[in-house]
Design a protein around this ligand. Structure first.
Ligand code: AMP
Ligand code: GLY
Length: 427
């Protein structure tokens, strides 16, 4: 079967890497991909929002299955358009992707169906906001309703700050995403990303990972798309996983069916574990990035078979089997990220760094010109290693990082610190 992956970041590289290993795949394409992805799939310069171009390409290449990586095309209905054109595609419809596309929708869904989450109010104008903020407990979490490229969440420690940020969002600082704002209770605990494949009420548990959203060591500085991850997190005991499924994932899958928004795809629950109890922070309608870069290398089962089973509604017929090893991914980014940064700096040493069979380097944003790798984005590489435990995976990942010569790049040195019980990073 010919397969197309839509997207061009580290997550899509991990998906292509996993799919390239499938005996069921004849030709693998990625739109638009990047120079690193081109090592595993044929990249085609079609943008993720070029629905007409993607459908034409699928027809030309007789694509039997499309895997949509990023949130925006899902929320915009790419899977609906592909399926209408008779092209099988993995991912939720626009009606179901609203779980990621509207935080207010998800909060209301949780309220209607008793799914544990932070308490909240929705506000559409500054007067409403002022009233709530005057009596809210601090800190207060201020969230734009819609997709905002990771910039839509602000944790305000004073009422003035909450009111200011909320006012800016309502005034259009984030475009349409902020025309409605959710003000919610601040939860204290440990964060966990949990993944399951879903088709209607069928749920196939996958695995969990922990991301590191802040840019700096010790979880300081601004939020990013994710600076590194590891899996499995020791925090996820079998009891906790049971609760996540019974209290959050399964009720959500049932609720979506009951509300005529049947969910098909991977459901990524961003959770806060508060005194041992899981609470939903947010849903994403796709794999996480960098989480996909640690989950897919641990997967022993055939990735395409699982994704196809999710689309077809036969999740009871498949199993997700995992390697015993742990995996850990260190994201390397261009200095300046998540603020402004320059493009085009030269990266050397990638081949030596990837020499160990336990190490895979996923590319989030690179180009290759006359044999020379260059950075082409904020997050650029995901250096991933498998090891006998998180400590071993961490040591191998940082050993690979240290072989990469890229003076304009940086990474956190403490990925995995929660699992290892120390804020001191790798050797
Ligand atoms: P989100 O984009 O919703 O994942 O939020 C980004 C980050 O903000 C999360 O990963 C959390 O670290 C933090 N956050 C969001 N909502 C809450 C909350 N209710 N309580 C505490 N932290 C939160
Ligand atoms: N790792 C965070 C995300 O994919 O949204």
């Amino acid at each position: 079967m010919n397969v197309l992956v839509v997207g061009g970041g580290g997550r899509e590289h991990a998906l292509c890497w996993g799919l390239a290993a499938s005996p069921l795949v004849d030709s693998l394409y990625c739109a638009p991909g990047n120079a690193g992805i081109a090592q595993d799939a044929a990249c085609v310069p079609i943008a993720v929002d070029d629905t007409v171009g993607l459908i034409a390409f699928c027809r030309e290449k007789k694509i039997g299955f499309v895997v949509v990586g990023p949130d925006n095309p899902l929320v915009d209905g790419l899977v609906d358009r592909l399926e209408e054109a008779g092209i099988h595609a993995f991912g939720p419809s626009a009606r179901a992707a609203v779980l990621e596309g509207s935080k207010a929708f998800t909060k209301e869904l949780c309220a209607r169906h008793g799914i544990p989450t932070a308490t909240f109010v929705r506000v559409r104008d500054i007067e409403q906001a002022r009233k709530h903020i005057a009596r809210a407990t601090l800190p207060l979490v201020v969230k734009a309703d819609g997709l905002a490229l990771g910039k839509g969440v602000h944790i305000a420690t004073t009422r003035e700050e909450a009111l200011r940020v909320c006012g800016e969002m309502l005034d259009g600082s984030l475009g349409a995403a902020g025309k409605e704002v959710v003000l919610e209770e601040f939860l204290t605990g440990e964060e966990l990303s949990y993944f399951a494949l879903v088709h209607g009420e069928q749920v196939l548990p996958l695995a969990a990972a922990q991301d590191h959203k802040k840019v700096g060591d010790g979880d300081v500085g601004p939020n990013t798309g994710g600076m590194g991850a590891y899996s499995p997190p020791p925090l996820l005991t079998p009891e906790l996983e049971k609760r996540i499924l019974a209290e959050i994932v399964q009720p959500t899958a049932r609720a979506m069916v009951a509300e005529d928004r049947k969910y098909v795809g991977v459901l990524y629950a961003g959770l806060m574990i508060v005194n041992g109890a899981p609470k939903l922070i947010e849903y994403n309608a796709r794999f996480g990035d960098p989480e996909a870069q640690v989950l897919i290398p641990r997967l022993k089962s055939d990735l395409l078979t699982l994704l196809m089973a999710a689309r077809e509604g036969v999740l009871h017929k498949v199993n997700a089997r995992w390697h015993d090893q742990a995996s850990l991914c260190v994201v390397m980014a261009t200095k300046g990220y998540p603020g402004s940064y320059a493009k085009g700096s030269v990266i050397e040493g990638l081949d030596e760094a990837a020499k160990s069979p336990d190490v895979t380097i996923f590319h989030a944003g690179t180009t290759k010109q006359e044999g020379v790798w260059k950075a082409n984005g904020g997050r650029v590489l995901g250096v991933t290693a498998l090891g006998k435990d998180v400590a071993d995976a961490q040591a191998k990942a940082y050993a690979a990082v240290d072989r990469i010569r890229w003076p304009e790049g940086f990474c956190r040195r403490d990925i995995g610190w929660r699992a290892l019980g120390t804020r001191r990073g790798a050797p």
